[in-house]
Design a protein around this ligand. Structure first.
Ligand SMILES: Nc1nc2c(ncn2[C@@H]2O[C@H](COP(=O)(O)OP(=O)(O)O)[C@@H](O)[C@H]2O)c(=O)[nH]1
Ligand SMILES: [Mg+2]
Length: 333
């Protein structure tokens, strides 16, 4: 049974869990209805605050996200959690403790949790994550938490979506901060030293500060910012997520960063940059689709590919042929 798209959107705006879940599935499958749906919902987006939590597997990201979610719920803020993490409890292979942890939110309609598979996404994982975040934004979630393993480019692209990027480190994990992806160091707005109950926490904190002192502070030149908000030096927050220690301090720092982010013009800059990339991606996929369809679709593409592989044609002639058939370019002799 298909629901008119308007009433589906209405249910999403009302925060109905089943309607949201169905929409996420549509986004994941790149289903044709996801586009008109997001189009209708778009005017209701733009108010949620996205926090990305990233770091190596086992550093305590899920635990932290869970604690942060509880913190926001205590403040009566609604929460959406997107877990893009193959090791996440939400993706299925959960160990018992993780299940119990998530059950602590069971029955709370103010929190929506969804995991995304990390493979086999049509049109890219970062795109799908961005669209799911939009959806949760439209569904009225005040805080959106995105957990992702900080490994590949895909994950880096995902945390780039976030308004605030929290990088989680733990003592003793290969210990060497040098092993950390250089990219993560640059995009981290806040560094969390989790499992700070463990040996080596002091040393890691020293290393972190030394490393961060090399990173340029971000200066806010706006007149509205107070002295303390003008410059953002990514701070290091010590936590023991499993014991809920340091989580309030982390939440406060995230809120403080938000003030800086919004008053300094960083938000406008980051969002414009994000939408610029997004528009380019959309344009690219649409143009390719249209041009290919006009030129005979996949079959024509396969034929040309085989022609090039067998050296019957050169790749430039092949592409020109496609463009010519679609009416975008006249054939080159
Ligand atoms: N000792 C200690 N263990 C923790 C802490 N935070 C999380 N853990 C444990 O570390 C393990 C991995 O945590 P998890 O949140 O699943 O990590 P993720 O893979 O980064 O999502 C779990 O057994 C947690 O209970 C902490 O601050 N101290
Ligand atoms: Mg996890």
């Amino acid at each position: 049974m298909s629901l008119p798209i308007e009433s589906w959107a209405e249910q999403i705006r009302a925060g109905e869990i089943r309607a949201i879940s169905r929409a996420i599935t549509a986004i994941e499958n790149h289903a044709p209805e996801s586009e008109p749906l997001l189009k209708i919902l778009f005017p209701q987006t733009g108010t949620a605050y996205l926090t990305g939590v990233t770091g190596a597997p086992g550093t305590g990201k899920s635990t932290l996200v869970d604690r942060l979610a509880a913190h926001h719920r205590k403040n009566k803020e609604s929460v959406g959690v997107i877990a893009v993490d193959p090791t996440s409890p939400y993706t299925g292979g959960a160990i018992l403790g993780d299940r119990i942890r998530m059950q602590s939110h069971a029955g709370d309609a103010g929190i929506f949790i969804r995991s995304m598979a990390t493979r086999g996404f049509l049109g890219g994982l970062a795109r799908a994550t961005a669209e799911v975040a939009l959806l949760l934004d439209a569904a009225g979630k005040h805080q959106i938490l995105i957990e992702t393993v900080g490994v590949g480019q895909d994950e880096i692209d995902i945390v780039r979506l976030a308004d605030c990027v929290v990088v989680v480190l733990v003592p003793g994990l290969g210990d060497d901060i040098q092993n950390m992806k250089a990219g993560l160091m640059e995009i981290g707005d806040i560094f969390v030293l989790n499992k700070s109950d463990r040996e080596g926490a002091d040393r890691l904190e020293e290393q972190l500060h030394a490393m961060l002192s090399l990173v340029m502070p971000r200066v806010d030149r706006s007149a509205v910012a107070s002295e303390s908000e003008k410059v953002w030096h990514p701070p290091v927050i010590r936590t023991v997520a499993s014991e809920n220690k340091g989580v309030d301090a982390l939440a406060e720092t995230i809120a403080k960063f938000r003030t800086h982010f919004e008053s300094s013009g960083e938000r406008a800059k980051k969002h414009t940059e994000h939408w610029r990339n997004h528009l380019l991606e959309l344009l690219e996929s649409r143009l390719v689709e249209r041009v290919l369809n006009a030129a005979g679709g996949e079959a024509a593409l396969n034929q040309l590919a085989s022609d090039v592989a067998e050296r019957r044609k050169d790749p430039f002639a092949a592409v020109n042929e496609i463009l010519a058939k679609s009416g975008l370019e006249t054939p080159v002799k």
